[in-house]
Design a protein around this ligand. Structure first.
Ligand code: URP
Ligand code: ZN
Ligand code: ZN
Ligand code: ZN
Length: 510
């Protein structure tokens, strides 16, 4: 059975803020519309010790059970954010949201699990993982890890096997950009894809042509364009489309599934759509900033305002966002992440004279669930069941933890939100839970509010108040060979038998 560690009264953010944790481990959610990815019904949900024990109408319970009335509201799986960078060390600084403040923000916004990218130390995966295990110790919600590959040799290849078979990691990210830090070339990409395939791990790419970006940056500086707009001008959609196309074709050559992170442009999206139409196993992940914002903020005359929008790949001209929304609604893109990587205005000012030095990244972990609801469901582009699929279920399936996560089913983890479609939300840095002093969605008002978040069977967000327990979050091991690998062996056999004719072409039959 799942037991809750006691609350530490010393030096944690939330005790200091005077926030108490609730003790009930039995909860009944009454009368709501329970939504799963392909089905919804009015039912009660009964939770005991962190697990969903019953989902059916009219559940009767004893007095020791905490009852939450969800009449007229949606009861949905907590959000899973497939893409975060809590406490990332980059650009000579460290992202302000760590596993404490970033997770607090997540829970306040209805996200109950996130998958963060482990950055290797001097290329070493196991050293990097150890550092991230430390960072994540105080977690107040469940989390998993992807692993970044920054160089290639036999040791790294061996380490990949260790992290997959012993450490619960089933995905590896390859950076095709950031030439001066971690860019890998096509040879490493191919080696990495082959290794991923043999381990049943998902290959992920940051798809921008890093050599061309480097050239584009020089071009802007030579032209005297040093402000944040130079960031976007130096790495146009063209370069994202090229790298996406290249990664897709190399993944096809190896015949392994591919996950393209932070799809920001029509150019990249169309490459993914084409590949999927031809039957290739490609997943496209737009992020909430790319879905709802455009590049106009980068042209602000105020540096602090302009710099907060710097992220890679960059926000694009208006039109790309609408196209990404349409692709999400029609199934060409599969799930929504955030790429949450928050730097405050002092950190962004590292690039006051040179956009290349502005730490890359925007917030979103707290805002994703609300913005996807407002932009996609409220607008009529997707159904409520689609919403659950795009914000939770599909992520759980891709990373092979469904139906433990991503579903309201008997036996699933009790990670649940109650969303009131008639209530409204407003986003502002004054009230958000991120440690950043800015918010790229500042002033956004919309409909549909997450009123309750339950994580690991506890009410952690209610009445606009957080009640989290640092240390209660669990590391979620993600096994290899997700559904994306089903049938690959048959495809490979077919390919190999097609080679038999050419192999024997000039041999005399005896
Ligand atoms: O600008 C970004 N996206 N920062 C985080 C690192 C990455 O490339 O995902
Ligand atoms: Zn506390
Ligand atoms: Zn990236
Ligand atoms: Zn990222």
């Amino acid at each position: 059975l799942f037991t809750f560690p006691s609350i530490s009264k010393s030096n944690d953010l939330f005790c200091e803020a005077g926030i108490e944790a609730t003790s009930s481990s039995k909860i009944l959610i009454k009368g709501g519309t329970v939504v799963n990815a392909y089905h919804l019904e009015v039912a009660d949900v009964y939770i005991e010790d962190g697990i969903i024990v019953a989902v059916k109408p009219n559940i009767e319970v004893d007095d020791d059970v905490e009852v939450l009335d969800a009449t007229g509201k949606y009861v949905m799986p907590g959000g899973i954010d497939p893409h975060t960078h809590l406490g990332l060390k980059a650009f000579g600084t460290e992202a302000v949201d760590d596993f404490v403040s970033g997770q607090a923000a997540a829970l306040a916004g209805g996200t109950t699990m996130h998958i963060d990218f482990v950055k290797p130390i001097n290329g070493s995966l196991t050293a990097g993982l150890e550092a991230y295990e430390k960072k994540a110790k105080k977690s107040c919600m469940d989390y998993g890890f992807h692993m970044v590959i920054t160089k290639w040799d036999e040791v790294i290849s061996e380490e990949m096997e260790i992290v997959v078979k012993e450490k619960g990691i089933n995905s590896f990210k390859f950076f095709m950009a950031y030439k001066e830090y971690q860019m890998i070339n096509d040879e490493i990409l191919l080696e990495g894809f082959k290794r991923c395939k043999s381990l049943g791990a998902l290959a992920m790419v940051h798809a921008e042509n890093g050599d061309a970006v480097f050239e584009g940056q020089k071009r802007m500086i030579e032209l005297g364009i040093t402000g944040p707009e130079g960031h976007a001008l130096s790495r146009p959609p063209l370069l994202e489309g090229e790298a996406t196309s290249r990664a897709i074709r190399l993944a096809k050559f190896v015949n392994t599934p591919l996950y393209v992170v932070h799809v920001m442009s029509i150019d990249a999206m169309e490459e993914i759509a084409e590949a999927r139409k031809s039957g290739q196993r490609v997943i496209g992940e737009p992020i909430v900033s790319g879905l709802v914002l455009d590049d106009s903020g980068l042209w602000s005359s105020d540096f602090v305002t302009a710099a907060k929008y710097v992220i890679s790949p960059p926000l694009r001209a208006s039109g790309h966002n609408k196209a990404l929304q349409a692709a999400l609604a029609t199934g060409f893109l599969q799930l929504v992440g955030t790429d949450h990587c928050a730097f405050n205005s002092t950190q962004k000012a590292l690039g006051i004279d040179d956009f290349r030095k502005i730490p890359n990244g925007v917030n979103g972990i707290e805002e994703r669930m609300h913005l996807v609801w407002d932009t996609m469901v409220e607008s009529g582009q997707i159904s409520v069941t689609d919403y659950v699929r795009l914000t939770s279920t599909e992520c759980a399936r891709i990373f092979n933890i469904y139906p433990r996560k991503g579903a309201i089913l008997v036996g699933s983890d009790a990670d649940i939100i109650i969303l009131n479609p008639n209530s409204s939300f407003e986003i502002t840095a004054k009230s958000h839970h991120s440690r950043s002093d800015t918010n790229v969605y500042e002033g956004w008002r919309g409909k549909g509010k997450v009123e309750v978040t339950i994580a690991g069977g506890r009410v952690v967000w209610e009445n606009d108040e957080l009640k989290v327990v640092p240390g209660s979050g669990k590391y979620i091991e993600m096994p290899p060979f997700s559904y994306l690998f089903d049938g690959i062996d048959k495809e490979d056999e077919k390919y190999l038998s097609s080679l038999q004719a050419p192999v024997n072409r000039f041999k005399l039959s005896t």
